[in-house]
Design a protein around this ligand. Sequence first.
Ligand SMILES: Cc1ncc(COP(=O)(O)O)c(C=O)c1O
Length: 496
Amino acid sequence: MRLPESGAATAAPALEPLLFELARDGRAGRHVRGAENADALIPAEFRRREPLRLPQLTEPQVVRHYMHLSEINYSVDTGMYPLGSCTMKYNPKVNDRVAALPGFAEIHPRQDDATVQGALALLWELEQLLVKVTGMDAVTLQPAAGAHAEFTAMLVFKAYHASRGDGGTRRRVIVPDSAHGTNPASAAMCGFEVTTVKSDARGNIDLDALKAALGPDVVGLMLTNPNTLGLFEERVRAVCDAVHAVGGLVYGDGANMNALLGLVRPGDLGLDCIHINVHKTFSTPHGGGGPGAGPLCVKERLRPFLPSPGIVREADGTFRRSSDDRPRSVGRVRSFFGSFGVLVRAYAYMRTLGDGGMVETSEDAILAANYLAARLRGRYELAYDRPCMHEFVLSAAAQKKKGAAALDIAKALIDEGFHPSSVYFPLIVPEAMMIEPTETEPKETLDAFADALLRIADRVDSDAASLHEAPLTAPLRRLDEVTAARHPVLRWKSPS
Ligand SMILES: Cc1ncc(COP(=O)(O)O)c(C=O)c1O
């Protein structure tokens, strides 16, 4: 559903019934002569004993059902998707075409190395590209997503400290209060205690609070840079030095690497490792639980502990799976090499952009965010008033006092034809609205989005209560989000 960007509310589209509700016994999609007798061709022992309870529909019913759903849906292909922290940028379709090439899509991970040389070469070259862009030395492509890579990094840290004989004493991981929620969760899942360190008035880690929290029992620090406020950690070297001084390691959450490509290499800043959300930074359609990949890139001293196997390039130019360089590996964290199709897309994206294109990507993402922040800061409070990186955080605290909270503003954005921004994250900003425009939106769209938020600010001033009704134009109005989160109903059950 594409709504006009004028703010004119149109009627809500009708809801689409489920396939199960549309189904009638005896309807079928196939019209193949003789197909009724196909079962007879299957040996009796392989035949299904009971029929599958699938909905019975005609082919056009199924096609129309999915067409209607796609028309109701909002996606990056229909409009701007400024969901902060999620990098919902447009993904070039050519990457999907490359991933669908039979040589990639139809191979099996159990094939002999000699028969999948192209795939192994692609993965090896991808590792080299990631090494180059991060300034690290070695990579594992196995982790399935960002949070999984965080957990893998914690396993690697644990193995590193154990190899030096102080695995038993190092129990605490330091996490700034501006971190993504997955950071403390990953540390806790690995059995570590989490110490939270607050941010200072400029949105950096409070260096004094960090130093006070450090000690010989510290495993390391989990640092997001740019952090979840969209701000570059200004004293990142001093932060890393302080952690290293007590024998700790610095983990970089590189989910926001899309702001740094070709501009800064985390390996040059003192970080010991960093993960990349390739599904965000390097373009794979994501969201809604789709596949991701979170390669973990590390400095030389952590290489021996990486998940195995990796890929080596032999002197004759061939490739093979190998664990030779990982004698103290933490083991496998995912089957085979992880989300292969996502890694192919990342490779295609990086190779088509080239070094220059990647720099431009980050520069444009930063420019777009600063442009929007500049247009909006007069009407919404900018949580930390300094130049931002690829995203920024507004506070709707003043609007809340007038009667419309961040949630109301987000819902009003739907009636303006836009996907809402992230709200109530990061937690340290009251009534947070986190906006990430990405580099793929033209100026006209950025202006239309800014105009929409300014119109909403006017509405808050004149009639804040009217926002409580929003959205008026979505197929579903206000959802009971608390019940949806606490008691999710994820499967359809037959009423009979
Ligand atoms: C800063 C940050 N860290 C970690 C993650 C977790 O990544 P994933 O959703 O791939 O597990 C995200 C996800 O958006 C993020 O923004």
